[in-house]
Design a protein around this ligand. Structure first.
Ligand code: FAD
Length: 358
C-alpha cells in the first residue's frame, strides 16, 4: 500500500464512496479511502434508502435533492444495477386540515419545477389500493423512489477501485497533522500523507473534526426499522413511512430518538412502528416481521448538509449530511468539482460549515 496520496477521504459510506468514485472518474491522481470498519458498517448500511424529494422543506433544499434524484438513472447505468426504482412517492393524509398544507406545498414546489399532485381519496386509493380506506388524500410526486443501499455503496466502491482508488478498511484515523502543503493522517495501520483531505465520517464527523480543531456540528438521531418477510409485490409506490424492496420485504419506519451511538432496537418503538404500518396499510397486519434494526442518522444541527471547504485550512473539506442516500450522486459530483476546479456548477455556499460560526 502506498503512503502518499493526492486525496484521502476519511469514511467509506455512501457519501465518501460517492466522492471517491466521482473524483476517480475525473482524475488519475491517487485517492485513498480510510474506514474505521468497512463501508457499510455505518449509517449507509442501516437506512431506509428512499431517494426522496417530495415534502423536503424549504423548497431550495427540495430543489437540491431533486438534482441528485435526477442523477440516479444515469448513475446506475454507469456503476451497475443498484436496484434504483423511481416508484413515485405518496404521502397519505388522514384529515382535511392536512389537505390545505398539501396544497401550499404543491404551490411552493411548482415554482422550482417539482410537480406535486394533491390527490383525492379516490385517486390515492386508485394508485395504492392497499392504503387504509380512511385516507382523506395524499400528495404524490413522480420523482421519488428508492434504491438498495448495499448495492449502491458496493457499486460505488467497485467502480472507484476499478479507477484506481485504494481502500483501507478496519483502519481508524486517530490523528491528523497539518503540515505546509500537506496533511499527515495517522491511522491504526500507519501514517499516510495527502494534499487534499476530505472528512466524510457521517455520524462520527464531530469526533473527526476534533482531530483538526474544527467544530462539525453533527448529532446522532436513531431510527428503528422493521422488515417483513418477503411478500408478493403489492405496494406500487414509496409511501412516506414504508417501502417494498425488490425482494418483496417491506421496510417500515422512521423513528427519531436521541440515544447517541446506541444502536439497540426497543420493543416500544417496534410496536409504535408496527401500528403506524397497519394504520397506513391495514393488510400488513397479517405480515410477519422477521427482523428489526436501527441506524444512527448523521444529523447536522440545523438539519441541512454540511458541504465544502473548511475555511482557514487549505485543502481540507467536509461532507456530512442526513439524506445521504438521496444526495450522494450530487454530493460526489459537486465535491469533485470543488476539489479539481475550486468551484461548483451550482452554488453550495448555503451548505458551508461557516454558517455555524455566525
Ligand atoms: C433509520 C434511517 C433511515 C434513513 N432513511 C434515509 C432515506 O430514506 N433516504 C436517505 O437519503 N437517507 C436516509 N437516511 C440517511 C442516510 O442513510 C445517511 O445520510 C447516509 O447513509 C450517510 O452516509 P455517510 O457516508 O455520510 O455515513 P456512514 O455510512 O456512517 O459512513 C461514515 C463512515 O466513516 C467511517 N469513520 C468514521 N470515523 C472514522 C475514523 N476516525 N477513521 C476511519 N473511518 C471513520 C465509519 O466507519 C463509516 O463507515 C436514513 C438514516 C437512518 C438511520
Amino acid at each position: 500500500m502506498d503512503r502518499s496520496y493526492e486525496t484521502i477521504i476519511i469514511g467509506g459510506g455512501v457519501v465518501g464512496s460517492s466522492i471517491a468514485y466521482h473524483l476517480s472518474e475525473q482524475t488519475k491522481e491517487a485517492v485513498l479511502v480510510l474506514d474505521q470498519k468497512f463501508p457499510l458498517s455505518g449509517t449507509s448500511g442501516s437506512t431506509q434508502a428512499w431517494v426522496w424529494v417530495h415534502n423536503k422543506t424549504p423548497s431550495w433544499y427540495a430543489e437540491f435533492s431533486m438534482y441528485s434524484a435526477e442523477l440516479y438513472s444515469y448513475l446506475s447505468k454507469k456503476i451497475g444495477d443498484v436496484e434504483f426504482k423511481r416508484t413515485g412517492g405518496l404521502s397519505p393524509f388522514f384529515n382535511e386540515a392536512d389537505r390545505e398544507k398539501a396544497v401550499r406545498l404543491a404551490e411552493a414546489y411548482e415554482q422550482i419545477g417539482i410537480k406535486i399532485k394533491v390527490l383525492s381519496r379516490e385517486e390515492a386509493l386508485e394508485k395504492e389500493p392497499f392504503l387504509n380506506p380512511d385516507v382523506v388524500g395524499a400528495t404524490y410526486s413522480a420523482i421519488d423512489g428508492n434504491v438498495n443501499p448495499f448495492r449502491l455503496v458496493d457499486r460505488y466502491m467497485r467502480a472507484a477501485k476499478k479507477n484506481g482508488v485504494q481502500y483501507s478498511t478496519y483502519n481508524k484515523v486517530t490523528e491528523i497533522q497539518k503540515m505546509p502543503g500537506k496533511f499527515i493522517v495517522v491511522s491504526e495501520k500507519g501514517e499516510f500523507s495527502c494534499k487534499n483531505l476530505i472528512l466524510a465520517g457521517g455520524t462520527w464527523s464531530r469526533e473527526l473534526g476534533k482531530l483538526v480543531d474544527v467544530n462539525i456540528p453533527i448529532n446522532q438521531l436513531r431510527g428503528q426499522i422493521l422488515v417483513t418477510e418477503p411478500l408478493k409485490p403489492f405496494l406500487n409506490y414509496t409511501i412516506s413511512g414504508l417501502r417494498q424492496a425488490f425482494n418483496g420485504e417491506v421496510l417500515i419506519g422512521y423513528s427519531m430518538e436521541q440515544e447517541g451511538f446506541n444502536r439497540a432496537t426497543t420493543l416500544d418503538v417496534i410496536q409504535e412502528t408496527a401500528n403506524m404500518a397497519v394504520h397506513y396499510v391495514p393488510s400488513l397486519k397479517k405480515a410477519k416481521v422477521v427482523r428489526a434494526f436501527s441506524g444512527i442518522r448523521a444529523m447536522p444541527e440545523d438539519g441541512f448538509p454540511i458541504l465544502g471547504k473548511i475555511p482557514g485550512v487549505e485543502n481540507l473539506y467536509v461532507a456530512a449530511t442526513h439524506s445521504g442516500v438521496t444526495l450522494s450522486p450530487l454530493i460526489g459530483t459537486l465535491m469533485t468539482e470543488l476539489i479539481l476546479e475550486g468551484e461548483t456548477s451550482i452554488p453550495i455556499d448555503r451548505y458551508s460549515i461557516s454558517r455555524f460560526a455566525k
